[in-house]
Design a protein around this ligand. Sequence first.
Ligand SMILES: Cc1cc2nc3c(=O)[nH]c(=O)nc-3n(C[C@H](O)[C@H](O)[C@H](O)COP(=O)(O)OP(=O)(O)OC[C@H]3O[C@@H](n4cnc5c(N)ncnc54)[C@H](O)[C@@H]3O)c2cc1C
Length: 411
Amino acid sequence: MAVVAARDVADIETLVRFAGEAGVPVAAQPGGHAPTAAQSGAIILRTAALDEVVLDRDARRVRAGAGVKWQAVLDVLDGTGLMADIGSNGDVSVVGYLLGGGMSWFSRAHGLAASRVVSYDVVDATGTARTVDADTDPELFWALRGGGGDFAVVTAVEFGLFECDRLYGGALHWPGARNEQVLSAYAAVTAAAPAALTLWVWWGTWPDVDGLPPEMRGQSFITVNFTYLGSAEDAEPYLAELRAVPDTVLDTTGDVQPSALPLVAGEGDHPRPAMDWAQLLSEVDGAVVTSLAKLTGPASGSPLIMCLRHLGGAFATDCGGAAGSITQPYLLLAFGMPMAPGVAEQVHEHWAGLEREFSAYLDGSTQCNMLGYEHRPHHAFPSETLVRLRDVKRRHDPRGTIRGNRPVLSD
Ligand SMILES: Cc1cc2nc3c(=O)[nH]c(=O)nc-3n(C[C@H](O)[C@H](O)[C@H](O)COP(=O)(O)OP(=O)(O)OC[C@H]3O[C@@H](n4cnc5c(N)ncnc54)[C@H](O)[C@@H]3O)c2cc1C
């Protein structure tokens, strides 16, 4: 395996030309949050040196290089009254996230983050640097807004921001014994939530293994994370049912500055080994709550760490790119941490159990950025979108010089 750390765009042009002539694909991998076996045999391209972050306050835009992680963008937004359509994590690369469509904390209010992309600077499959936008190359621009990293090496992206005077949010944490009550309150709160309010709930039992902090080992928990585009006074009435669940052991809610937003989800700041599974869910009713508590609650013996994300609102608005829109109101995620022998097999069994139990609510589809390690592109894209993406791939990269982690011709 070869790994190239580019110093600048010229290095990437040289690399792509070399790779094209040698018949070896190039796979951009800025941070390694979403590696797949499809990148085996490719030249791995590191982009950390492309680290520019330029804020244009008047135009409400940011230009970010391909090595920039979200935390670096958030850091420059403190005190500006502006916010970006970021997801849960500050360590994910801006370009990687936007290429996958971008499911933001604020997508219920604004739609998928890809809708804010103004232009991409790329090195295309011929090894030529150019700017791609709605005028210069509408078809490639469409593919890059949510179709993944299979079409060109992106060297920088320019995207829009939005005015945000106040952001309220945080995490409420309960012991696992409150699992069903919290899930039930979560279902009620999300059913009535305005688009400005986004809530996710996490639960599970951490494995009792070395490598985890002692206070987490073997412990069951359930946590609700939320953000609200506005003040505490306006947000709190919507949270009443959750506030009524007793035994909250941690409450981090308060006003949130842009740079502190990743702390709301608190996922940490480096890639971890995990088996991931995520599917869009058509409803969270009483039956789903009861089944989730039974199959994945503290008494279940499940090895899965679970998450439900509330979608809805402007998620259903077409983003203008390959990511399209999402009409299902929830995303169900189930992570396994294969940190001991036999756990991987248990994780597969429990995933199969979820798919059986919730077959009436799941259709196997997910979002590009949430594709699990066993998923293929057709799980994220409707067939007409996949046909169009394959056409873009064949026309822009006939030799297969660019290799995304989800190659669109691989299905
Ligand atoms: C903890 C965690 C939380 C997350 N939360 C969210 C969330 O809230 N919302 C959401 O939408 N997603 C979320 N994601 C998913 C994340 O956005 C995707 O996994 C994304 O692809 C990660 O990009 P990366 O560059 O950091 O990772 P990498 O593994 O380095 O790259 C992933 C892929 O992106 C493509 N790519 C990246 N950079 C380039 C480039 N310069 N040129 C061409 N292709 C490129 C390549 O195909 C590459 O294989 C989360 C992921 C993690 C691990």
